[in-house]
Design a protein around this ligand. Structure first.
Ligand code: GDP
Ligand code: IMO
Ligand code: MG
Length: 423
């Protein structure tokens, strides 16, 4: 059985958590394949709103299994906090949540290194979520990392101490020193490992291969978005993992020729949190309105998200890099009331207008070229059938589908599970 993928096509926060939650009823297994607690995936149903960071967004379904794959980096402290917050829902984690032994661990000193690195960069900082993501993936590729399976080994403490001491030496090289209480951080860290150890720690690639053989339906849940991919994103203002479709193969061990549908999810406009170029960013009332109506504040850090018009150059690029077969458009409701909607169809460069995503999209190299479409006044949030959409909204969807050459199969008109229209 093939594995379907769900991926963000912009700079993250497209609404992946909501859609995975909506789609879980069609799947037996939901598997996260990369990223870590830098992610914040919001689910809303029955009047409650819940943010998940490491736990896959299928966790609320009564029977679906949830897997944290080898490509994910886990901070056991944040992970324990997430599990504690779910206590009221009486979920039997030992039966429903499986963790790859090959997933890497975020140590307290990884977080400190992230903070020190960002402080040292000054104005050039990435705007990292400060969760230790970069340093942990660096240790992974540098072959120094500690994996979940290591905590079961007899010499685990020695391994931990060796890496911690290395990190402490690295920290001492930074010009401006950050303050920390290592003993306190370690006490919380070691305590949280008990929670992790109580879960089924598995060879997740083998688990998934068996599930595929048994014709189980599997959905791989991405974190971040294509424009934050370490290779294809706006480097260096990216995260440290492969957020694109290929990351699902390396982050779960599924073979490329067993990938089925690739769901690409995007907002009807664009947001970005943290530093880095953003050609269609707005600094006026329109951007302020998107942020206010769309409640654009980071689900992980609470930072205000930067807002701007939709960017078809970037979206087409993301669709190609991922091989997207179906699109899902989120938050069209936020644009109600705009007289006209701008759509970026090209970038003006010193060599003329281009429609491909170039090496650099810094403001000195590209500026957006827009087409304008009529807006709509109507509130979309109560609409339950496509036929009832205002004509201008229908035209916006049709225009995007034509330009992107990919069908938009889901239109989301609000944060709740129920505010989801299938086409
Ligand atoms: P994720 O990281 O991709 O899962 O997205 P986030 O949860 O970080 O951010 C998406 C935000 O938009 C959350 O607050 C969602 O509750 C909210 N949201 C999702 N879909 C819609 C929608 O169609 N309309 C509105 N207004 N909000 C939405
Ligand atoms: P979800 O899964 C939006 C951004 C950070 C920063 C850059 C690097 O909720 O869509 P990192 O902590 O990964 O080293 O930060 O990436 N970033 C996200 N932005 N949504 C996310 O996840 C993000 N995860 C990281 O703001 O600019
Ligand atoms: Mg998010």
């Amino acid at each position: 059985m093939s594995v379907d993928l769900l991926l963000g096509l912009q700079w993250g926060d497209e609404g992946k958590g909501k859609i995975v939650d909506v789609l879980t009823k069609n799947y037996d297994i939901i598997a996260r394949f990369q990223g870590g607690p830098n992610a914040g995936h919001t689910l809303k149903f029955d009047g409650i709103s819940h943010v998940l960071h490491t736990i896959p967004s299928g966790i609320f379904h009564p029977s679906a299994l949830n897997i944290i794959g080898n490509g994910v980096v886990i901070d056991p402290v944040i992970f324990k906090g997430e599990l504690d917050k779910l206590a009221p829902f009486k979920i039997d984690f030992a039966k429903k949540l499986f963790v790859s032994k090959k997933a890497h661990l975020i140590l307290p000193t990884h977080r400190l290194l992230d903070a020190a690195s960002e402080a040292a960069k000054g104005k050039a900082k990435i705007g990292s979520t400060l969760k230790g993501i970069g340093p942990t993936y660096m240790d992974k590729t540098g072959r120094n990392g500690i994996r979940v399976g290591d905590i079961l080994l007899n010499d685990w403490k020695d391994r931990y101490e060796a890496l911690r001491d290395k990190h402490l030496k690295m920290l001492s090289h930074y010009e401006s020193q950050i303050e920390f209480d290592l003993e306190a951080l370690e006490a919380v860290f070691f305590d949280s490992l008990k929670t992790l150890k109580a879960l089924p720690l598995i060879d997740s690639e083998d688990f998934l291969h068996t599930a595929q053989k048994e014709n189980k339906k599997i959905l791989a849940e991405g974190a971040q978005g294509s424009l934050l991919d370490v290779d294809f994103g706006t480097y260096p203002y990216v995260t440290s993992s492969t957020t694109t479709a290929a990351g699902a193969c390396t982050g779960l061990g599924i073979a490329p020729n067993t990938v089925g549908e690739v769901y690409g999810i995007f907002k009807a406009y664009t947001t970005r949190v943290g530093s880095g170029p953003f050609p269609t960013e707005l600094f006026d009332e329109a951007g302020e309105t998107m942020g206010r109506v769309g409640q654009e504040f980071g689900a992980t850090t609470g930072r205000a998200r930067r807002c701007g018009w939709i960017d078809l150059v970037a979206l087409k690029y993301a669709i190609r890099v991922n091989g997207v077969t179906q699109l899902m458009m989120m938050k069209g409701d936020v644009l109600s009331g705009f007289k006209s909607i701008k759509v970026c169809t090209g970038y003006a460069t010193k060599d003329g207008v281009i429609d491909h995503f170039p090496f650099s999209i810094e403001p000195e190299n590209v500026s957006p070229v827009y087409t304008e479409l009529p807006g709509w006044e109507e509130d979309l949030t109560q609409i339950t059938a496509e036929d009832n959409f205002p004509e201008s909204f229908k035209a916006y969807i049709a225009y995007l589908e034509k330009e992107l050459e990919t069908p938009i199969k889901i239109v989301s008109v609000g944060p709740d599970r129920k505010q989801t229209i299938f086409r």
